[in-house]
Design a protein around this ligand. Structure first.
Ligand SMILES: Nc1ncnc2c1ncn2[C@@H]1O[C@H](COP(=O)(O)OP(=O)(O)O)[C@@H](O)[C@H]1O
Ligand SMILES: [Mg+2]
Length: 440
């Protein structure tokens, strides 16, 4: 997974943004609601003062008495930060004379103050109060709400990492399942049964269908290769027998003809070996594991070494722990080592070739090291592809088809192990790693 852009991070950012936005929205909404209710309360206070004056000044009371009451009331409400005035028509009767009659009835905000006008039988009462307290409360509330929104955003940011990691976990599980698929035998579906999330389950199903198609195609191409190799085997065998027979039967033939017979025979032997390898490459994993008997690596190495020509044999230094065993097919394990050792002797025409087999934890590790040109790091993965030969090998005119290492890797994998080139002081070092078998 790339460290830069991840869905988890996107979700985290979206969550934090949503938290801040919703915090800001709720701050604005809370402030508006609080402000409206504060104005309502202020209006109630103003209405209360007007009511008191209206009770004291019944309709019909003369202006002088009414004025005394209005002035008294003004003195009283001044304590509570209000002003009050009584008008009869356009005529000022009493109270705070600076409070001019307003154009319309009801309450409204005028600048920094709240004003109400109540038209009653006794006259029109004007009341007003400064909104300083309410306004400072509003600022306080707004500040507090903004701080809360900011905190919510920060908390969202802090939590979003964990939450989004949880959200993308099904995706990660799916990725692990896909990663666990064996490229050689993808099987008809993914191993997991799904985790009940519509999105990932749909993706899993789609991947499963793709795997099934891939599996089918792979099986078909294996079958084709196996059939082709099988069909080639018999005629090649017959041709070989015929050529050998002809070479033995007619010793009177001129030397050029006999030479050409020998070349044809050599080519045929190489071709037969290629067909045998293709048959193994095309075989399904199960048949490669054979009867899964315990095979001694020391015996395998002995047999491979014994089959070498004396000159080649003399260059090989083998140290094999004779307690090492692996479970699998002895013939194939022999073919595997034969190919690796053959390569070492072929690509390093001089120098020593060491074979070292030892236990490493639960593994048996076989390292074959030569003193040849080695395998460049850029080629170390590709040389295991069938029919791939490095440019160096082709340029040096070393004979081969490029199938040996593909076979080695396949046999190693079929036995639950691996094959890889590793760094060596000089030349190439191929390391085979196989699960070790130990008697119970
Ligand atoms: N011991 C080695 N030293 C250098 N190159 C090697 C060695 N073993 C394998 N290779 C490289 O890996 C390629 C593939 O090997 P292999 O599949 O056995 O094919 P082949 O032996 O037919 O060329 C070779 O062509 C060669 O380039
Ligand atoms: Mg080879």
């Amino acid at each position: 997974m790339s460290a830069g852009r991840t869905i988890a991070r996107r979700v985290a950012r979206a969550m934090a943004a949503t938290a801040v936005l919703s915090g800001l929205l709720s701050a604005a909404l809370a402030t508006i609601i609080a402000w409206t209710s504060m104005l309502d309360r202020e209006d109630d206070r103003l209405r209360g003062a007007a009511q008191t004056l209206a009770v004291e000044v019944p309709p019909g009371m003369d202006d002088a008495a009414a004025r005394a009451h209005a002035d008294d009331e003004q003195t009283e409400v001044a304590v509570a930060g209000m002003r009050i005035a009584l008008y009869r028509g356009a005529r000022f009767v009493g109270g705070d004379a600076s409070l001019r009659p307003s154009a319309a009835g009801g309450c409204r905000t005028e600048g920094t103050s709240r004003r109400c006008r109540f038209v009653l039988p006794t006259g029109a009462i004007e009341v007003a109060s400064e909104l300083t307290v309410a306004r400072s409360q509003r600022s306080l509330l707004l500040g507090a709400s903004l701080a809360a929104a900011l905190l919510a955003g920060l908390a969202g940011l802090g939590l979003s990492g964990a939450v989004s990691a949880r959200i993308v976990r099904p995706l990660q599980r799916l990725r692990e399942e896909v990663a666990a698929v064996d490229a050689d035998a993808p099987g008809p579906s993914l191993p997991g049964r799904g985790d009940g999330y519509a999105e990932t389950d749909a993706l899993r199903a789609a991947l499963g269908e793709m795997l099934a198609r891939l599996d089918g195609a792979l099986a078909q191409s294996r079958r084709f290769a196996a059939d082709a190799a099988h069909e080639l085997r018999t005629p090649l065998g017959t041709m070989r027998a015929e050529l050998e027979l002809a070479a033995e039967a007619d010793e009177t033939l001129p030397e050029e003809v006999r030479d050409s017979q020998r070349r044809a025979l050599r080519t045929l032997v190489g071709l037969t070996a290629l067909v045998e390898r293709l048959l193994i490459l095309a075989a399904p994993d199960e048949s490669l594991r054979g009867s899964r008997e315990a095979v001694s690596l020391a015996e395998v190495a002995d047999e491979v070494l014994a089959a070498l020509e004396p000159a080649a044999r003399a260059r090989v230094l083998a140290t094999v722990d004779d307690r090492l065993h692996v479970r699998g097919d002895a013939v194939l394990l022999r073919a595997m080592l034969e190919n690796v050792l053959g390569n070492a002797l072929k690509f390093a025409p001089t120098g020593e070739v060491t074979v070292r087999a030892e236990a490493d934890g639960d593994d048996a590790v076989v390292a074959v090291t030569d003193e040849g040109p080695g395998v460049p790091a850029s080629d170390r993965a590709r040389v295991f592809d069938a029919f791939y030969r490095s440019a160096g090998a082709r340029a040096d005119g070393v004979r081969g088809h490029g199938v040996g290492l593909a076979l080695v890797a396949r046999i190693a994998r079929a036995h639950g192990g691996s094959a890889a080139f590793e760094d060596a002081p000089s030349g190439a070092r191929l390391v085979l790693r196989l699960p070790r078998w130990r008697p119970a």
